[in-house]
Design a protein. Structure first.
Length: 478
């Protein structure tokens, strides 16, 4: 046994004192090291998606989409190691797994061209479309600053004042808002990304991972019984399934939109609160994702795992999606704060390919680069240099800089209404019941404001929710 400096330890059972009953000595380095290390054993938990679990697997490409993307990860037959971290959005690290919440579905692909991260959820849409509202939304999901309790009032107040949230709220309050296990959820890239092919043509793309285990859910009552016995139900289920060789799989599909279509499509294709209906842009099969290996150390491989949409490879690009644009910065910045400057040097985050850049010094610099005159760029000494062959085609942008009302012309209620109408009568009844449970303690003024949004999506939506709440739907007379 040694100290972290490699020095042998003679006694790890007794502190060094001045006599058997005397005070401690400052020279007892092993005591100080152990206490100091314990104080630092917990890195700050994630502000969002704090509770999670992960597993390694393989993405196998079974269909040819190379006419859309030049990315090597999509070559037919290609197999790429992946890490998938599931999570909940609102709860802290100690929260129960079986709670009604969106599930994070974050993927890291260790490709031959560097890491590709796809940071998504088990829903194809989100609550907000403008990133300036994201911190406000997350505040409503966290604890009240005075009571330190979760607040139904805060959540519904925000949602009722943010009509764009209705699509995601409808999904959250439906059966899919409380999955039976992580093996029984779909995953979505949610944002719109771009593909670039060998001809340097751009296509818009959405990513889908459809569970091959089937969608399964719990009722609120069933979840309450699970939480009473096991707060780590989702983590336990995933870990034990993989341990016994029952590897979960997802069908990997994409939707493709020609670049010019975005200019005339009936909805803004870069709006995170909207989907592209499959009848307009059908799902295209790409491959299969399988999870087949559990991490060996939760802290090193799950808690320190870091995903960011800034990690892309040649052939995959971004889009004008406002939420995506903000997350390109905010995710990596969160990791620099939470884990450290060189968080991507950690084994779980490190690419499988060599990394060449001019980043210098800072906390967590774990390598010892050889001395070189090429420590800046451009230089005359042969350091890494740019390669223009990886450039993307120009993205056409026009318009005057300003703060445009993102709700104007976008909150048409069609998609949440369509989702409601797709539900069976039994599914609708469970939706109403879940809404009523989630609105417990919410002032009637806020409830009635939300009923107006339900009514605009479909009058039966508002009527059913009002009945479950024991209220009159005042929106019916408007």
């Amino acid at each position: 046994m040694t100290t972290t400096g490699g020095n042998p330890i003679a006694d790890n059972q007794n502190s060094m004192t001045a006599g058997a009953r005397g005070p401690l000595l400052m020279q007892d380095y092993q005591l100080l090291e152990k206490l100091a290390h314990q104080n630092r054993e917990r890195i700050p938990e994630r502000t969002v998606h704090a509770k999670g679990t992960a597993a390694y697997g393989t993405l196998t490409i079974t269909h040819d989409i190379t006419k859309y993307s030049r990315a090597g990860v999509f070559k037919p037959g290609a197999k790429t190691e992946a890490l998938l971290r599931f999570s909940t959005v609102a709860g802290e690290r100690g929260a129960a797994d079986a709670e009604r919440d969106v599930r994070g579905f974050a993927l890291k692909f260790y490709t031959e061209a560097g890491n590709w991260d796809l940071v998504g959820n088990n829903t194809p849409v989100f609550f907000v479309r403008d990133p300036i509202k994201f911190p406000d939304f997350i505040h409503t999901q966290k604890r009240h600053p005075k009571t330190n309790l979760r607040s139904n009032t805060a959540a519904w107040d925000f949602w009722s004042l943010s009509p764009e949230s209705l699509h995601q709220v409808t999904i959250l309050m439906s059966d899919r808002g409380l999955p039976k296990s992580l093996r029984h959820v779909n995953g979505y890239g949610s944002h719109t990304y771009s593909f670039i092919n060998v001809k340097n043509e751009r296509f818009w793309v959405k990513f889908h991972f459809k569970t091959m285990q089937g969608i399964q859910f719990m009722t609120n009552e069933e979840a309450e019984a699970v939480v009473a016995k096991d707060r780590e139900s989702s983590q336990r289920d995933l870990f034990e399934a993989i341990a016994r060789g029952e590897f979960p799989r997802w069908k990997f599909q994409v939707q493709i939109m020609p670049e010019k279509d975005a200019e005339t499509y009936r909805w803004n294709p870069f709006d995170l609160t909207k989907v592209w209906p499959h009848k307009d842009y059908p799902l295209i099969d790409v491959g299969e994702l399988e999870l087949n290996r559990n991490p060996e150390n939760y802290f090193a491989e799950v808690e320190q795992s870091a995903f960011s949409p800034s990690n892309i490879v040649s052939g995959i690009g971004f889009s004008p999606d406002k939420m995506l644009q903000a997350r390109i910065f905010s995710y990596a910045d969160a990791h620099r704060y939470r884990i450290g400057t060189h968080y991507e040097m950690l084994p779980v985050n490190r690419p499988k390919v060599p990394v060449h850049n001019y980043h210098a010094d800072g906390p967590m610099r774990s390598d010892a680069p050889r001395g070189s005159d090429a420590y800046y760029e451009p230089n005359s000494f042969g350091g890494p240099a740019q390669n223009k062959s990886f450039a993307e085609p120009p993205l056409r942008i026009s318009g005057d800089a300003g703060r445009y009302d993102h709700r104007e012309g976008n909150d048409d209620y069609t998609q949440p209404g369509d989702l409601f109408r797709l539900m069976t009568a039994e599914q609708q009844q469970r939706l109403f019941k879940n809404i009523a449970a989630a609105m417990a303690g919410v002032p009637e003024e806020i409830v009635q404001r939300q009923l107006v949004h339900f009514h605009k999506a479909d009058p039966r939506y508002a009527d059913g929710a009002a009945k479950a709440l024991g209220l009159k739907n005042s929106a019916a007379g408007k």
